[in-house]
Design a protein around this ligand. Structure first.
Ligand code: TMP
Length: 207
């Protein structure tokens, strides 16, 4: 089973995904937990290029292709082998991030981005996607206060991040079977309880 966590910057995905990993592992599931872009030797190098402040003049099309390149490698090298073994794959961002950030954020043709994503992923889609929803102002303030990595992408103007959030909400509302929207402006333990509850009910419906 393939589960992704998505959301605007500062939505707390990284903490939440590690707590979910612990929770599932303690219940005896074999879990692979990863992040995008990265988690392959090639992908980590691409991540550095994407996040580097020195690459201020990177064109949004270059940026889009780099995210897709890192993802293509991850799918083949890591995700498919884990899924074939029957592991649960938990991923911090995936193709929906490119739809939200590059498609909606940079206002590219969404059908073109969809085709590009299909090519990059070979059509591999998550079974379940959590949208950790938070308004961009709160998210970006959280990131600055938290002292986390402040990257080239965070420096985009607030309107860009607002389009990203709207894009996420639109995608989630269009496919409620796959997407579950969770209000991430609440305390982390409250968010985690809701994620676990949804996940357990999803897993029990499968068995
Ligand atoms: P992170 O902070 O969740 O690790 O994500 C890194 C940044 O990269 C974040 O600002 C979102 C952005 N991003 C995209 O713009 N497109 C993508 O396809 C992915 C995976 C991330």
């Amino acid at each position: 089973m393939f589960i992704t966590l998505e959301g605007p910057d500062g939505s707390g995905k990284t903490l939440q995904i590690h707590l979910l990993e612990e929770f599932l592992t303690a219940r005896g599931y074999k879990v692979f937990c990863g992040r995008e872009p990265g988690d392959t030797f090639i992908g980590e190098q691409i991540r550095q290029v994407l996040m580097d402040h020195q690459n201020k003049n990177m064109h949004p099309r270059t940026e889009t292709l780099l995210f897709c390149a890192a993802r293509a490698q991850l799918v083949e090298e890591v995700l498919k082998p884990h899924l074939e073994r029957g592991d649960i794959v938990l991923l911090d961002r995936y193709a929906d991030s490119t739809m939200a950030y590059q498609g909606y954020g940079h206002q590219f043709d969404l059908d073109l981005i969809r085709s590009l994503l299909h090519f990059a992923t070979g059509g591999l889609r998550p079974n379940l996607t959590f949208l950790l929803d938070v308004d961009p102002q709160t998210g970006l303030e959280r990131r600055q206060k938290g002292g986390g990595e402040w990257n080239r992408m965070d420096a985009y103007v607030l309107q860009y991040h607002q389009r990203v959030r709207q894009g996420y909400l639109e995608m989630a509302q269009a496919d409620p079977q796959r997407w579950k929207i969770v209000d991430a402006s609440r305390q982390p333990d409250v968010v985690q309880s809701e994620l676990r509850e949804i996940l357990l009910s999803y897993l029990s419906n499968l068995s």
